[in-house]
Design a protein around this ligand. Sequence first.
Ligand code: S3P
Length: 431
Amino acid sequence: MNQGLVLTKKHSLNGTIEVPGDKSISHRAVMFGAIAEGKTTIQNFLTGEDCLSTISCFKEMGVSIKQEGTNVTIEGKGFSGLKEPVNILNVGNSGTTTRLMLGILAGRPFHACIIGDESIAKRPMDRVTAPLRQMGAHIDGRNNGSFTPLSLRGGNLKSIYYKSPVASAQVKSSILLAGLQADGTTTVEEPYQSRDHTERLLSAFGVHVKKQNLTVSVEGGQTLKGANIYVPGDISSAAFFLVAGAIVPDSSIKLKNVGINPTRTGILDVLENMGAEIEIIPTLDSAEPMADISVRTSELKGTEISGELIPRLIDEIPIIALLATQAEGTTVIKDAEELKVKETNRIDTVVGELKKLGADIEATNDGMIIRGKTKLKGGTNVSSHGDHRIGMMLAIASTICEEPVELMQHEAVSVSYPAFFDHLNLLSKTI
Ligand code: S3P
């Protein structure tokens, strides 16, 4: 039986850290390198379990991928260089691997099986399998292809115009990757702008991508050309320390080279709206913009988070909920029903676990309502429920709890931030 990790109150957090590479970009850099012609190099690759699952799936399809720490080299041979896998493709905990890889496999003339962990088995795959079937892929799986395990045989694809009911970068990317193998022009329209890493990275690999308001189109038959990619720090990982810096007394934290793609910076808008003292100094600007971000202990006030802001901070809602417990007044989060189909049902897990610590928080149908400012008591067990972002949120929560907290299933953080606890310790010691 795994032991819980006992975490105690911190009197201040100070110092500078560099959070690991962006998860979304690391996945895409590997996948695009695998289907490109020629050599791709990736620097500052995220060595979290999710991105390692992507590497192992593409290795199973015969792609030569060398990973040495955060450096990755891929010898791509184009879409047609992918080989029918002998083994089942195991995506572990990674929804991005599953959905984007389905888009690539949809056009490959071979058979493949996909399986993942317990959490993946609960996540809806019909949001991609339905449009990919419309394009001509043969997909089967549990509950008629709605859930893993899935099996598929790629088809001769025809292009589609797909009006997505959800603002999801995974859905958009999956269809565009299939569209690159289809005849004619494939277009995806979304209700709100979701993260645009696929569009930016495809351009870096030499693909012509047309963007117009909320639609993105690609012409089938284009070739990706190997590229050299530098992955910026993950703003979704930085978010935990941005919030920690704002809520732990006497703190000042600097995070270096964080990706500030505008489709991802909702957390910065929320911190500013709530009155947090943050400073953003742009650094390198390549395919993806980056900045050094500093934060210090702040007086915070409640806010409302809804509508088009939601896809710009969807993965940060667990840590924003904690932030809101330390703000004066009420914070309302709505239009966020997508939280129910993440690694866990994040409305339930956030509300349930923060309540145990003493927060005044209630679940709604499409979000949550948090009243602050509340002293968190702690003195209890909490659990990540196997969800990396819930685990990290609870670890940060424990830094302001009066009594020690025992965090169960803390290993889940390795999915996106293997060095998370080391960084937390580093910041607590450098006073
Ligand atoms: C991701 C998109 C988002 C996000 C996930 C990563 C991506 O999911 O929550 O962590 O890399 O495309 P949806 O596209 O389902 O909203």
